[in-house]
Design a protein around this ligand. Sequence first.
Ligand code: ADE
Ligand code: ZN
Length: 337
Amino acid sequence: MSTHDALIAALPKAELHLHLEGSLEPEQLMEFAARNKVDIPFKTLDEVKAAYEFSNLQDFLDIYYQGMSVLQTEQDFHDLTDAYLQRSHADNVRHVEVFFDPQGHTERGLDFDVPIRGILSALDNAKEKYGISYRLIMCFLRHLSEEDAFTTFEQAQPWLPRIHGIGLDSSEVGHPPTKFTNIYAAAKLKGLKLVAHAGEEGPPGYVWEALNELNVDRIDHGNRSLEDDMLVKRLVDEQMTLTVCPLSNLSLCVVNDLAAHPLKRMLQLGLRATVNSDDPAYFGGYLNENYRQIAEALKLSADDIVTLARNSFMGAFMDEAQRAEHLAAVEDIARYY
Ligand code: ADE
Ligand code: ZN
């Protein structure tokens, strides 16, 4: 136990950057492969775990898309989502805003409805079962075309009342936000919230584009924003939420060492940074593990940790009354530390 573990465990938190497909644990991958009779190139759990070693984003994405192939039925998506919610509940997470990648599933022949039915059936139980509220964010794969994104958006139309926002993920470099300007404009017209991965591996220019061309409400990652003082000023002035993912950044070699992670500097600069787990089954830990390891590596203070929990609710897509309740609950815990 390090100094802040009790505080981290006690604080109510929101998670704003989580790919449901990235919560597929090796054990579950083996189980789903067996029950769906899907061939995977791993015979044992140890072989799966050994494959979860990456040197960059693309390395990870290759395994991530392969892992998805075991997800075949509504029940699989339900079980995957429920397992994530159960783990989040254990971490005292009160609100989640989760991503899914429909194109990762429709591309391999599943109907658009299969993943979303399974995911929503689990999310709809979350409040009663775990005391967790949710938002669902549909991501487009940026290595595919904007036309493909529009096809997916068309398939999503009957579900739009249940989808709260859109996101942009997958291979960043070479696929700038401006590739998706039209689909973001279309989603905004439908009243959806807008987020995009930017500045994970891509340059600060991609963050500018996400702000100026896509009109995003949040930036996912945003690490490389720190290379550009004008951009930092803009992000601070707007109090734009950054959904930072420390263990992901370490696993994908965005940073070489957690001690060199920019989170502390982000807080010092007045950026609204949050801590999130991204793809916890692949990167070595769920939300509290991210808080614990980054707090230890950067010697974060109790105040820093409370700020991160507060920021998670400040950046959430929730109504103001709900936000105020969560923030009050954070302050109730903060008083004791
Ligand atoms: N898809 C799942 N996790 C991702 C990440 N960290 N960056 C880009 N695409 C992703
Ligand atoms: Zn991500």
